[in-house]
Design a protein around this ligand. Structure first.
Ligand SMILES: Cc1cc2nc3c(=O)[nH]c(=O)nc-3n(C[C@H](O)[C@H](O)[C@H](O)COP(=O)(O)OP(=O)(O)OC[C@H]3O[C@@H](n4cnc5c(N)ncnc54)[C@H](O)[C@@H]3O)c2cc1C
Length: 417
């Protein structure tokens, strides 16, 4: 039994919380530290989709062309901001090398296993643990405006079915307003992925933290990790803003900040920030029933019990904390071609988050190559919420020395060595 073992998890985003859950359940004494608020960073204002349909990685044929075009388009939803950063350009080069059909399918296979495991873990969490998070089994509806958009999405959908067994229900344009009266008439059609679900991320995090506290997990907010102390190939302690902390094992779940810790962990962690924005408002009178994505405008819409969110953009602009007014304006108007009431005037929150982006679109889950008691759980790209329970479960299995539930080869940290 492992209940004499202590663990410190650095980072209280959704990945850190999931690791805490599975480790506490395995009998470890867990402390979670965060330099800010608990789940106050990228895990706070995202779109809330738990989406096994998102099997295909960002590294797809055509992504490079899009990135190059964006250098000259400040308002492009997918944008690389030109700046001098050797790390960014190395990242881009490696990313570009993987934008081919074969590697896209290989990465997709890794993601599929992780997404499926996560979905079954979420179902247990919601059912057995009774975790309140506004969990809704409505699916995820992709809506296309033009016939061209419809036929290109149909090709994407075929690929998902043929290679991964992920199926959608195709809905013709004239049936869309009957399915969801928030949609305008005259749209080309849609694809409903009925296996996807959605939840409210901040409600999930708040309730999960409460559950974990009841189970004895200790949380230290506003406690930044400054230095990692090491001896003989092991971590011996952490120097933090609230003093020195020691444990038997250490998990690092610091999302987009992970690259900053890499030298202290003696490994390469090529993560760039993929900045996205969201705008949360009160529910419009004609609020969508389904969470929706509009691929032609690259915007997502999520209805909550007490609110309504638009989310979009992928900017590679470093650790930039600004929320430009033009981006918020863009968000407000981007759903207008699709929805009867695309926004309301009562804004609850304007938000940005840094997605932790790896160049191969896969997360980093496993022991570091040089330090025997250090584990990484990061790099979840656009899918951290969807992949959190599987990540927590795998980390707990690895620390307990058990065989992992799925093949973890694709996620190992040493692939960047
Ligand atoms: C607009 C948008 C929409 C999205 N929609 C979805 C979606 O629908 N579904 C989905 O699955 N994913 C979605 N994502 C992606 C998802 O939000 C992220 O992948 C996920 O939140 C990453 O979680 P994390 O725990 O790794 O990082 P974070 O939530 O960023 O947590 C990392 C934590 O580490 C802490 N930290 C960093 N450095 C230190 C340090 N030195 N000391 C102490 N603490 C430290 C930070 O303060 C932070 O709290 C979306 C992202 C965006 C931006």
């Amino acid at each position: 039994m492992t209940d004499d073992k202590t663990i410190i998890i650095t980072g209280a985003g959704i990945i850190g919380l999931a690791c805490a859950h599975y480790l506490a359940r395995s009998g470890f004494k867990v402390t979670v530290i965060d330099k800010g608020r608990l789940a106050g960073a990228c895990s706070h204002g995202n779109c809330g989709y738990i989406c096994p349909s998102h099997v295909l990685p960002l590294t797809e044929p055509g992504a490079v062309k899009l990135a190059l075009k964006s250098l000259f388009q400040p308002d492009a939803p997918f944008r690389v901001k030109p700046r001098f950063s050797p790390a960014l350009w190395t990242w881009m080069l490696q990313f570009a090398r993987r934008c081919n059909h074969r590697q896209m399918l290989e990465a997709g296979a890794g993601l599929k296993a992780l997404l499926d495991l996560s979905m079954s873990e979420y179902r247990s969490l919601v059912a057995e643990a009774g975790m309140d998070c506004e969990w809704k089994e409505k699916g995820l509806l992709y809506v296309l405006r033009s016939d061209k958009g419809m036929s290109s999405f149909a090709a994407h959908d075929r690929l998902l079915t043929e290679h991964f067994g992920v199926r959608a229900r195709r809905i013709e344009g004239d049936a869309l307003p009957g399915l969801d009266s928030a949609l305008k008439p005259g749209l080309a059609g849609g694809f409903l992925y009925e296996g996807d679900t959605h939840l409210r991320p901040d409600v999930l995090a708040r309730n999960w933290v409460e559950r974990l506290k009841e189970q004895g997990v200790v949380f230290l907010e506003h406690c930044a990790l400054h230095t990692i102390r090491k001896a003989d190939g092991r971590i011996t302690g952490l120097v933090t803003g609230q003093g020195d902390l020691q444990a038997d094992q250490y998990v690092f779940a610091t999302g987009a900040w992970m690259a900053k810790l890499a030298p202290g962990l003696e490994c390469r962690v090529p993560i760039e920030c993929g900045k996205g924005y969201s705008l949360t408002m009160t529910r419009p009178a004609r609020c969508p029933e389904y969470p929706m994505l509009f691929p032609e405008h690259r915007v997502g819409v999520t209805p909550f019990d007490q609110g309504y969110r638009l989310g979009s953009m992928m900017e590679f602009s470093g650790y930039d904390t600004s929320i430009p007014a033009r981006r918020i304006k863009q968000l407000r108007t981007s759903a207008a071609p699709y929805l009867v009431e695309p926004f309301t005037d009562t804004v609850e929150e304007e938000w940005f988050g840094w997605r932790p982006m790896t160049w191969d679109s896969l997360p980093i889950i496993g022991r570091t190559p040089s330090l025997a008691n250090a584990f990484l759980a990061t790099g979840h790209n656009m899918l951290g919420l969807s992949l959190a329970p599987a990540t927590g479960r795998l980390i707990a299995e690895m620390i307990r020395g058990q065989d992992p539930s799925i093949d973890v080869h694709a996620f190992r940290p040493e692939r960047f060595a």
